[in-house]
Design a binder for this molecule. Structure first.
Ligand SMILES: [Mg+2]
Length: 317
């Protein structure tokens, strides 16, 4: 697929702004910043992480992007098996932070996508954590040529560790919105996705987006380890900040962090869509200089990986 210069910037933005949101929120995880506190890439948090270092959210997104950049279709067959294998490879590096649900699945070191999905389904208790939504951004650029394949892959990759209807649907909606933002430069994709969904899905998720747009504060979505509140915090931050120019990206990422709770993840989720809309060029140069993380990458590597992911999209289908 031929992309213009703005679209190429937005492709890069998907990974660079995911990482920027993640690294920005990392130092505030499970805290509630006061209104007068400056928000910056301070590091710390659960790692503890170095300033500018991204966490599991971005690392797992990169695990997906690596497979897609190699030209394999990540949504099924050998490509989906390769994504599962990349998750285990990352797990074996003993990451500084990992979500409970993801750890429970990956600690069994399943050797195929089917085995991983089965393991995720058999987990007891609540299974709609935010751990698959936080890493879904690259799926939006892996299928720029095919919206249906993007949606299907987003659901199937979620199910590897988060085999739950809410987690799967959130990943479908957000990946579709990211794909749309890269192609068209707006945030309309979230609602457009629902236009084409079943009545049940459209009513449920449309109501959640409405609720986020109308809320005075994101603190009402305080269970944001849950995929639904995590998506609502991200949407709240995007829709409650000035969206008239590229400064929106920084303002909305800060707003997501200020919402508190699982701050690296809500800002990473928001970052995927904000970067898809405003491009890597909207991520401050100072942040780009600071960004780094598994597997030994910096911002320029994310740009390169995103560009390869988009360039290979459609091959091997
Ligand atoms: Mg994290």
């Amino acid at each position: 697929m031929k992309l213009d210069a703005l679209q190429k910037d937005r492709v890069a933005g998907v990974l660079v702004a995911t990482a920027a949101g993640d690294a920005l929120g990392a130092g505030y995880e499970f805290t509630y910043p006061r209104p007068d506190m400056a928000i910056d890439m301070i590091g710390g948090g659960l790692g503890p992480f170095a300033p500018g270092e991204w966490t599991d959210d971005t690392s797992m997104a990169l695990a997906i992007a690596e497979v897609s950049a190699s030209g394999r279709p990540i949504g099924h067959g050998e490509g989906l098996d390769a994504v599962a294998a990349q998750f285990v490879r990352w797990y074996d590096t003993h990451p500084k932070d990992i979500g409970n649900q993801t750890r429970a699945v990956l600690s069994a070191r399943p050797t195929s996508a089917a085995a991983m999905r089965r393991h995720a389904l058999e987990l007891p208790g609540r299974k709609a954590g935010n751990g698959s939504l936080m890493r879904t951004a690259p799926v939006g650029i892996a299928y720029l040529h095919d919206a249906g394949a993007c949606v299907a892959a987003a659901g199937d990759i979620s199910a590897l560790t988060h085999n739950d209807p809410q987690a799967i649907e959130a990943c479908r909606l957000w990946s579709y919105a990211i794909r749309h933002a890269v192609l068209h430069g707006n945030f309309d994709g979230a609602r457009l996705y629902l236009d084409g969904a079943s009545d049940e899905v459209a009513d449920f998720w449309g109501g959640l987006l409405d609720e986020a747009e109308k809320a005075d504060t994101a603190r009402v979505f305080d269970k944001n380890g849950w995929v639904v509140h995590a998506l609502q915090v991200a949407w709240w931050a995007i829709t409650h900040t000035d969206a008239s120019g590229p400064g929106h990206l920084v303002d909305a990422l800060e707003a997501a962090v200020r919402a508190g709770g699982d701050t690296d993840t809500t800002a990473a989720i928001a970052g995927g869509l904000l970067g898809a809309r405003w491009g890597a060029s909207a991520v401050p140069e100072r942040w780009q200089q600071m960004l780094h993380g598994w597997p030994g990458y910096r911002a320029a590597d994310l740009t390169d990986l995103a560009s390869k992911t988009a360039a290979r999209a459609g091959q091997g289908m």
